[in-house]
Design a protein around this ligand. Structure first.
Ligand SMILES: *Cc1c(COP(=O)(O)O)cnc(C)c1O
Length: 460
């Protein structure tokens, strides 16, 4: 099936149309997400001073800002963004022809910078504000390594020190990720480690653990608050990160409008929710204000199904229970997902903003796929679009393909839009295990989830 190519394959926004403000979705929400709670007192956190020992001052303000609809992007960050943005919006003609679907498929490709994913969009502002505040260094965690890589680049750019706690399983499995971060000047510690009190405690209880994101977060926070002139930064989940990632959605909406398009279905993969939240933000604004009614789909791995099978409850953001509590869809802060190659989607919770939108029915659907189905979609996509997608991003690809095949059945000419968050070049072990047939699927049982829910903090 050959289609008429009435819009270009690749739609690039002119540089002078790069957004100069981030969009703060909370300003348009009918009801706000419930506030974070102080882990000691369980009282709502409403003041910047309460968060300031952990995060940079400006980022604390962004975290708590529920009223300013648009927030200026500092000139220096606009300039940095110009080095790798606007990211391309691509019309997937080849995939449409392969699927023989009447649907139009568009994707935004965020993997074109050296760090390989959308995470640089937030790493740069987080490092920038730390520099402005005169701090010496930052600490963070990384799972699969994309966030650590993006932040290492950002810290190298602003000449800030960086200590990365890397989930031990990934540290052992993905040595090149560690080498990239070290090349950019970061110091990497496999987590759990003996360098923090919380790490020692976890190692005492579980000497053979491969670690988890939640555990690495606890260690990174401890290293920040006990270190001198250091703060902690997080690559997803937080309101500030969704704010920075709105650059993806703003560019997409502008580029779609340039070719006279508006999506019927908007799809993104969801780990902590930052790319999905930022990607859908301007379209969600249309939905919340009654201007349009696109259908939103969040996609997650069946091995870590926080939205599809989790509970909407207050929970800690980390295993060590040192972070504030957030109300979110969660599998429990000590839930240890089975190994899955989409490391960036292995987080127990979900952004409080997206959780609230999902609970209230604005985010229409969450669905999950097992990893072999996801890789099948990734390979099919790679063969016709000539782009090697990250395993995380391939969750969105799988959903887009399924939606397009539904259109083939029904004959509907829907416009499907998804976010392709990163490249798969760092994930060749995962592709190898899919291609040689050794990849398996694992899905937690109801009993495992119930056991984890029973350990959720009691908050009413
Ligand atoms: C981290 C990551 C994700 C998931 O993170 P979100 O915060 O949910 O966006 C998705 N894709 C890639 C390539 C990633 O690196």
């Amino acid at each position: 099936m050959i289609k008429k190519k009435d819009v270009p394959y690749r739609i690039n926004l002119p540089e002078d149309r790069i957004p100069r403000q981030w969009y703060n979705l909370r300003a348009d929400m009918k009801e706000l997400p419930p506030p974070m709670l102080n882990p000691g007192t369980l009282r709502p956190i409403t003041k910047v001073e309460e968060l300031a020992p952990i995060f940079c001052d400006e980022l604390c303000k962004q975290e708590l800002n529920t009223t300013d609809r648009y927030i200026d992007i500092p000139e220096a960050i606009v300039d940095f963004y110009k080095m790798c943005r606007p990211s391309p919006l691509i019309r997937a003609y080849c995939l449409e022809e392969e699927l023989e679907t009447p649907a139009k498929i568009y994707y935004k490709f965020e993997g074109n910078n050296t760090s390989g994913s959308h995470k640089l969009n937030s790493a740069i502002p987080q490092a920038y504000y730390a520099k402005e505040q005169g701090l010496k260094g930052l600490t963070t965690e990384t799972g699969a390594g994309q966030w650590g890589t993006a932040l290492s680049m950002a810290c190298a750019y602003y000449k800030l020190g960086l200590e990365v706690f890397m989930v031990k399983g990934s540290y052992n499995q993905k040595p090149y990720r560690k080498n990239i971060m070290e090349t950019f000047g970061a110091r990497i510690t496999p987590s759990p480690s003996m360098t923090t009190e919380v790490g020692k405690k976890i190692l005492e209880a579980f000497p053979d653990t491969n670690g988890s994101l939640g555990c690495a977060i606890s260690e990174a926070i401890e290293a920040a608050v006990t270190g001198e002139s250091k703060r902690y930064v997080l690559g997803s989940v937080l309101n500030q990160v969704l704010l920075h990632q709105s650059i993806i959605g703003l560019e997409t909406k502008e580029a779609m409008a340039m070719c006279g398009e508006y999506p019927d279905v908007v799809i993104g993969c969801a780990g902590g929710g930052s790319n999905l939240g930022g990607f859908i933000a301007p379209y969600m604004q249309d939905r919340l204000t009654g201007k349009a009614k696109p259908y939103f789909i969040a996609v997650e791995p069946a091995s870590c199904p926080s939205m599809t099978r989790g509970k909407y409850a207050y929970d800690f953001c980390d295993t060590g229970k040192v972070t504030p509590l957030a109300k979110m869809y969660t599998l429990g802060s000590d839930f240890l997902p089975a190994p899955n190659h989409a490391g960036g989607l292995r987080y127990h919770g979900m952004s409080p903003i997206l959780s609230k939108l999902y609970a209230d029915g604005w985010l229409d659907e969450a669905r999950s796929y097992v990893q072999t189905d996801v890789f099948e979609a990734a390979v099919r996509f790679a063969r016709c679009e000539g782009l090697l997608p990250a395993p995380e991003s391939s969750h969105a690809i799988k959903a887009a393909i399924d939606e397009a095949l539904k259109c083939k059945e029904s004959g509907e000419e829907k416009t499907i839009l998804f976010n392709l968050t990163g490249t798969g070049y760092f994930d060749m072990t995962a592709y190898a295990s899919f291609l040689d047939g050794s990849m398996g699927d694992s899905v937690p049982t109801d009993e495992q989830l119930e056991a984890s829910f029973a350990r959720l903090p009691k908050v009413d």
